[in-house]
Design a protein around this ligand. Structure first.
Ligand SMILES: CC(C)(COP(=O)(O)OP(=O)(O)OC[C@H]1O[C@@H](n2cnc3c(N)ncnc32)[C@H](O)[C@@H]1OP(=O)(O)O)[C@@H](O)C(=O)NCCC(=O)NCCS
Length: 217
């Protein structure tokens, strides 16, 4: 079996676990859902994951650790329509759930903060990308499986596709992810700062907007 596989509906809980547990050093989720347990946020992320699976331009990948079998790495790549659609389909009930995940979000939500964060990244994508660019929407490996080459294998998968089609790849990286992306040819184009003090909390967190130009073949 290939190391890198397309994720399916059945992977929902595994993907949500990676999504929530890999970013535990980051404050965003606890700021958006103050007071919610990690388990509750993970339940919600299962439904959000289904929304991504339902998007034909979003290619959702996973790697299972070959020894434990656990879903260790989760990645989402948004490709231009010219790459062809992701062929994952959802069952009818799940497709309905996926249409409006926010209905199932933990309460309370710091809506102002959540909206500001979405706008920060959406505006950045508008400034830096065109419909011909690939966007690496997410890459995360569970802490206990980090450093085993899974993240690099996924990047190689995407970089090969980008170079073959001479496409750029844009991403918003955490400070922890930046060294890996610099090593593989990304450059920082801007530091986007989420200032929590503007939304009833304190402190700030940086996201690095990064672009990789294709390597000529
Ligand atoms: C960044 C991340 C996606 C890399 O995935 P991964 O499966 O660990 O990737 P790899 O095993 O291929 O390692 C990539 C590089 O990171 C280094 N690395 C990975 N985990 C590490 C850790 N816990 N501590 C120190 N270095 C680590 C590796 O040494 C490797 O460096 P090298 O290429 O110079 O050898 C993963 O560590 C992660 O999910 N981190 C937390 C969430 C996050 O910040 N994601 C990035 C969002 S943009």
């Amino acid at each position: 079996m290939d190391l890198i596989q397309y994720a399916t509906e059945a992977d929902g809980p595994g993907l949500a676990k990676v999504n929530v547990q890999s970013f535990q050093g980051r404050r965003l989720l606890e700021e958006v859902f103050p007071g919610a347990t990690l388990t509750r946020v993970q339940e919600y992320k299962v439904i959000v994951g289904m929304k991504h699976l339902s998007d034909p331009n979003m290619h959702v990948l996973k790697i299972h650790d070959p020894i434990s079998g656990e879903l260790a790495t989760y990645s989402r790549w948004h490709f231009p329509a010219s790459f062809g659609p992701s062929l994952i389909t959802l069952t009818e009930d799940v497709a309905v759930l996926a249409k409006d995940p926010v209905q199932h979000a933990p309460q309370p939500i710091n809506t102002e903060l959540a909206t500001a964060f979405k706008k920060l990244l959406a505006d950045a994508r508008k400034r830096y990308t065109t419909e011909n660019d690939i966007i690496l929407d997410l890459l995360a490996t569970l802490p206990e499986y980090q450093g085993r080459g899974f993240g690099s294998a996924i990047l190689k998968w995407g970089m090969e596709k980008a170079d073959a089609s001479q496409s750029r790849i844009f991403l918003e990286g955490t400070p922890e992810g930046v060294p890996l992306y610099l090593k593989h040819g990304w450059k920082i184009v801007e530091e986007a700062v989420m200032d929590y003090s503007l939304y009833g909390s304190d402190g700030r967190e940086s996201f690095f907007l990064m672009m990789r130009d294709p390597v000529s073949q």
